[in-house]
Design a protein around this ligand. Structure first.
Ligand code: FAD
Length: 632
């Protein structure tokens, strides 16, 4: 066969096995224009005739599932001149034997009739996956019956693509080379306890008090936790510092993962991880966050971020362990260049976890090795200290919003953020509401593991006479409560001292529902600790607002709007009085909007152009007088 020839294979699978359509292996010269198109059309027609026929059959047989009557038609085209290094995995027999030599055999691998095209998996060459004809993905899909989903069954989804993607050739990334060997050993003792294995700075502290700061009908639930650190003088923190909270993966999700991998009976086995000999991965190392002598349960509970959104390389690797050809094709699409928008829409933007993805792709059975290679380290979550040691000796406060992920395709029920959901469950019974009697259960609050991260620059000015501006909507106000508590104490201790002006810009949805620390802030204002408290409510009706305005367009909804209104004072403090400006909270929108507004303010007040204003702001950043502590 000439290398300039085309080679194609057409296979149709159905519940009746490989159907009568003969397997075609044809060599044609590339100059036979139109042949490919004609064959494609012919096969397409055959496929749709067959679908119609089988649907009729299905109508008379209520026992048939949509899956079982959907034929799977795949047609692949390969130009050998383009991909000389590639080899063709032709049919199910080849594919099965490949699985047999892989780390595990897919438990639910269905008969696969896909003619796959793959390069040397470790050679790092992007692989072109040809188009599939017949819109198998776009027609009734087996996957849709396997997940509860109330959406339009004909719409594109995680498991289903529509033309043109379902019909297009794909550029999928090269298969990431395997680099770990993983085995499980049945031993007597393995470590199950986080405290003993983690870093030395980790300390276990009791939760002393948990207060819900938002009203029950607020969109977000914000909670203040008071930790008792009196037994830990090493937890020496300053306002502006943050600390890490170590949370485990949810037990139910760990169990689900073990079941999904078929390893539920080996949860107490010791996991042994070593570097694969002769791996082609450059700089490969055994992950440092997987300690020796840990159980499989420990691995999934404390070491791996099992909620992480699978990257495209991971999806690419999962293809190799997926038996069903429709599911393989969809995974290929999701990791391909052509499927980038689908990946963003159905995976990334929904923060879909690997476990959720695996429920939608039931024929995918990855080996444990693959999960260890691709899942990142389970990271502790940082929180800003929301108190001053001077005001609350032996205590450390922090505030968190309970993150909520809504239900979506692949996630039949909504879920909470990992750490915030875990914390909320821990303290739920002992949760108190401001102004209400504390419930007796608060004494029974549990302990958590934390470790201090110091932040050398996000601190109030050391010179007490220097003015400063704080911008912190929502839980972004947390460090500023610490700043102001400290200032309150300093004012009591040094009544003769000169104190610079303090400004706080705060925002929330509703004055009555989620105005965090309202009483404390108003108290600071009354006592002169805080000189200017500027608050905006993004969802309140105008008549409830602090400042009445007639034109709703001019209504300040967000902190940047009230900042703009006070532009003259802002530039005065920053540029004439050498003051400081701090921003804390949401990085995605708020911090950027505040930054843009500062540029506008500088432009207007100094009468300079955009470039000059940006330079001025950059100078403030460099001098560490414009400081950010942002996340999200
Ligand atoms: P995860 O399960 O990790 O999910 C987080 C994902 O949810 C994110 O990837 C994001 O896409 C999405 N998400 C949706 N809403 C939010 C949101 N409001 N915050 C974060 N992610 C969101 N959080 C506080 O509530 N209070 C603090 O004082 C605080 N201080 C921080 C200080 C620093 C230096 C940093 C880096 C972060 C801080 N955070 C704070 C964020 C905090 O560390 C966690 O990211 C947050 O609580 C979510 O954790 P989770 O495990 O519940 O959510």
């Amino acid at each position: 066969m000439s290398v300039s020839s085309f080679y194609f294979i057409a296979v149709i699978s159905s519940p009746y096995g490989l159907v009568s359509l003969p397997r075609l292996e044809v060599v044609v010269d590339p100059w036979l224009e139109g042949l490919w198109k004609a064959i494609k059309e012919a096969l397409s027609k055959m496929a749709s005739d067959r679908i119609a026929l089988l649907k009729e059959d299905a109508g008379s047989s209520s026992k048939e599932t949509p899956d079982s009557y959907t034929p799977n038609v795949q047609l692949n085209l390969l130009s050998l001149s383009d991909q000389q290094d590639c080899h063709i995995v032709r049919a199910s027999a080849d594919t099965d034997s490949k699985y047999a030599t892989a780390d595990s055999i897919p438990a639910s691998a269905t008969q696969t009739a896909i003619s796959d095209l793959s390069c040397d998996p470790t050679a790092g060459i992007p692989v072109s996956v040809p188009q599939t004809i017949a819109t198998a993905n776009a027609s009734i899909s087996a996957l849709d019956t396997q997940t509860e989903y109330a959406g339009d069954p004909q719409a594109a989804s995680l498991s289903r693509s529509l033309p043109p993607l379902s019909e297009s050739s794909l550029n999928v990334p090269a298969l990431p080379p395997p680099y770990l060997d993983v085995s499980l050993q049945d031993v007597d003792t393995v470590e199950q306890n986080i405290g003993r294995l983690n870093n030395e700075s980790l300390i276990e502290v009791p939760i002393h008090r948990a207060v819900q700061l938002t009203r029950g009908d607020s969109v977000k639930t914000a909670v203040l936790l008071e930790l008792d650190i009196s037994a830990h003088p090493e937890m020496f923190f300053e306002p502006g510092d943050s600390f890490d909270v170590f949370c485990p993966n949810r037990a139910t999700e760990v169990e689900a993962m073990l079941h999904r991998l078929g390893l539920q009976d080996k949860r107490n086995h010791r996991v042994h991880v070593s570097l694969k000999k002769e791996t082609k991965k450059k700089g490969a190392q055994v992950p440092s966050y997987i300690p020796q002598n840990i159980s499989l349960l420990y691995l999934f509970t404390w070491c791996l971020e099992i909620r992480s959104v699978p990257k495209k390389a991971f999806l690419r690797a999962l293809v190799e362990h997926t038996g069903d050809s429709v599911q393989r094709r969809r995974l290929q699409e999701l990791c391909s260049k052509q499927g980038a928008a689908d990946y963003n829409l159905h995976v990334r933007d929904l923060s879909l976890s690997v476990l959720e993805l695996l429920t939608v792709f039931p024929s995918c059975s990855p080996p444990l090795r693959l999960l260890i290679e691709h899942l990142p380290k389970l990271q502790p979550r940082p929180y800003s200290a929301a108190s001053s040691r001077l005001k609350h000796p032996g205590k450390l406060h922090f505030v968190f919003n309970v993150v909520e992920f809504p239900a979506c395709y692949g996630r039949p029920a909504g879920k909470r953020g990992l750490c915030t959901g875990w914390l909320f469950d821990l303290i739920n019974r002992g949760l108190v509401f401001p102004g209400k009697a504390e419930c007796s259960d608060s004494l029974a609050l549990p302990t958590i593991h934390v470790s201090l991260r110091s932040n050398c620059s996000f601190r109030p000015p050391s010179d007490l006479s220097v003015p400063f501006i704080m911008i912190g909507p929502g839980t972004g106000v947390a460090p500023f409560i610490g700043f102001l508590q400290q200032r309150e104490k300093e004012r009591q201790e040094k009544p003769e001292a000169v104190f610079g002006e303090t400004w706080l810009f705060f925002g929330c949805r509703h004055r009555d529902r989620d105005y965090l620390f309202r009483e404390e802030l108003e108290g600071f204002l009354c006592s002169g600790v805080l000189n200017h408290l500027k608050v905006c409510f993004s969802r309140d009706e105008p008549e409830q607002e602090e400042e009445q305005v007639t034109a709703s367009a001019a209504r300040p909804r967000y902190v940047q709007h009230i900042l703009l209104r006070n532009g003259r004072y802002v530039t005065d403090i920053l540029l004439k009085q050498s003051g400081y400006l701090y921003v804390c909270g949401d990085a995605k929108n708020m911090a950027k909007d505040v930054n843009d507004t500062l540029i506008e303010i500088i432009k207007a007040e100094l009468r300079v152009d955009q470039f000059e204003a940006m330079k001025t702001l950059a100078g403030l950043r460099e001098e560490k007088r414009y400081l950010q502590d942002i996340w999200g």
